[in-house]
Design a protein around this ligand. Structure first.
Ligand SMILES: O=C[C@H](O)COP(=O)(O)O
Length: 246
């Protein structure tokens, strides 16, 4: 069985003081929750947060596909490792649509992270147009096959997958529990076909307008192991309430 996780993706929000206060509130509240908590602040705050984190894990929102050298504005998996970052999000739909991140780059990032002992949170999800054309499963399967290409069975325990339908991100429109469960079950079976039974231990997170009001119903679904939370992770009350929804 996969472990339960609630991860907060702060995206490009919070300044130093507000962020410090929020992480401290989350660290304090972590004792009351029965799942792993991950906070993914913007890159400038990773190091200071990683010193404050207590039981909370820290994740980056991105990583370079390269090792080191002349890549202005990038940071490597080794750099994240050197400041004790535990996770990194890769393939988020905002990176794909706004910054042109490709499946090949996502795959390269996954391998770099694993080589440095950092756990990738691999995002997948279809657009509204793709869902309307009933292509959601095909799209998500292709994203996963490409993102996870070349992975060994041993590395599976260090992978997290997040299903984030693009039409539900930041829109207030959540996938219904039935829609989310159907896609999570499909993702689970795809991963098992690719990697065998050990893939059942990969945590599958739902992301897209997840909030305290709908987290319980989503997390009660058989194949939903937690959430990747955007907007509702910017307040400790809502983030911790979601984490208490198992
Ligand atoms: O990474 C998080 C997702 O993009 C979900 O964002 P949201 O909760 O604001 O819809």
């Amino acid at each position: 069985m996969a472990r339960k996780i609630v991860a907060g993706n702060w995206k490009m929000n919070m300044l130093a003081d507000d962020g410090q206060q929020l992480i401290q509130e989350i660290v304090k509240g972590a004792a009351e929750v029965d799942c792993e908590l991950i906070v993914c602040p913007a890159a400038p705050f990773l190091q200071s947060f990683s010193m404050l984190k207590g039981n909370v894990k820290i994740g980056a929102q991105n990583v370079s596909a390269f090792d080191n050298g002349a890549y202005t504005g990038e940071w490597s998996a080794a750099m994240l490792k050197s400041i004790a970052v535990n996770y990194a999000i890769v393939g988020h739909s905002e990176r794909r649509s706004l910054f042109g991140e490709t499946d090949d780059q996502v795959n390269a990032k996954v391998h770099k992270l694993l080589a440095d002992g950092i756990k990738p949170i691999v995002c997948c999800g279809e657009t509204l147009e793709q869902r309307e054309e009933k292509l959601e499963k095909e799209v998500v399967k292709l994203q996963l096959v490409k993102a996870l290409d070349g992975l060994t069975e041993e590395s599976l325990e260090n992978i997290v997958v997040a299903y984030e339908p693009v039409w539900a991100i930041g829109t207030g429109v959540t996938a219904s529990a039935e829609q989310a469960q159907e896609m999570h079950a499909f993702i689970r079976s795809t991963l098992v076909k690719l990697f065998g039974d050990r893939a059942t231990e990969i945590p599958l997170l739902y992301g897209g307008s997840c909030k305290p009001a709908n987290a319980k119903e989503l997390f009660a679904c058989e194949d939903i192991d937690g959430g990747l939370i955007g907007g509702a992770s910017l307040k400790s009350e809502s983030f911790l309430a979601i984490a208490q929804s198992f």
